[in-house]
Write a protein that binds this ligand. Sequence first.
Ligand SMILES: NC(=O)c1ccc[n+]([C@@H]2O[C@H](COP(=O)([O-])OP(=O)(O)OC[C@H]3O[C@@H](n4cnc5c(N)ncnc54)[C@H](O)[C@@H]3O)[C@@H](O)[C@H]2O)c1
Length: 298
Amino acid sequence: MSAQSDPRESVGERVFVVGAGIMGSGIAAQAALAGYFVTLEDVTAELADRGKANAERALDHQLRKGLLDSARREEAARRIDAAIGLRRASSATIIVEAAPENLEIKQGLFREIESAAAVDAVLATNTSSLPITSIAQVLQDPTRLIGIHFFNPVLQMPLVELIPGLRTRPEIAERAERFAKKLGKTVVHSKDSPGFVTTRALAVLINEAAGMLQEGVATRDDIDTAYRLGFHHPMGPFELADLVGIDTAVAILDVLWDGFRDTKYRVCPLLRQMVAAGRLGRKSGEGFYPYPDRRSGT
Ligand SMILES: NC(=O)c1ccc[n+]([C@@H]2O[C@H](COP(=O)([O-])OP(=O)(O)OC[C@H]3O[C@@H](n4cnc5c(N)ncnc54)[C@H](O)[C@@H]3O)[C@@H](O)[C@H]2O)c1
């Protein structure tokens, strides 16, 4: 199980995570469990602190499920610190970016990350869909960037998709793979194609389900039940969309549209409307379903 990887392997090494949202907090928790020291960074102290609190919540979940004992939980929590700014990135051997799914944001961030990072640090993006080669293009050394795509919730999902860009050095890919395996993940490899192997099909499923709901083909609950019981999916497409974040799902579909210009990736208007209304899923307290206990954003 991912939560049980050996902490001794990574003693002393630091992982710097940029973006303390849903994914950044999960990646921080997973890396801390594997023995890394982790800095979790965001644009404000409040967001960084909230990310750390969410990382601890994820550890608590593993504790309740009996996958972790309280000593390891405490030890992992102590290894995570929250920060604003990239100052501490210079001591990291690997930097994982988990900021919003937007090419300009990620390119801007990687320009800053490259100048803050040690020259031999691996630079990784957790993008779900954006071309790794395009993100890397803004770097002075584009050969050091790779996609390490974690899944949500990070502590519970055993998969990592590894996506080298066109110019990524093999040594960087090897180090990224070792890192993912130290975190207890199973690695699949994908070429740098929009949406890679996983997100491309997932985005279409969510979009098609939203289309059916908008057309009145079936209710939200019946569509989710149909996919859970009919196809053995652990959650229906709307439950999944709420977990992913509706804004993220829309951003991904836009990337697929830009990449392929195929109408099958045209965003269902209902999804855009939900983003405009701030109904982003679990993280905003309401998506296709309400999440009253999440309204504070924690
Ligand atoms: N949500 C998922 O299920 C999922 C799964 C796999 C991959 N991803 C990818 O992971 C990335 C993050 O997604 P998320 O769901 O965690 O998003 P999120 O909205 O929960 O978190 C993004 C965080 O980045 C922060 N941020 C914005 N600009 C920043 C900056 N300049 N510097 C530092 N932090 C900044 C935001 O304040 C926010 O806390 C995206 O690329 C997304 O596609 C998401």
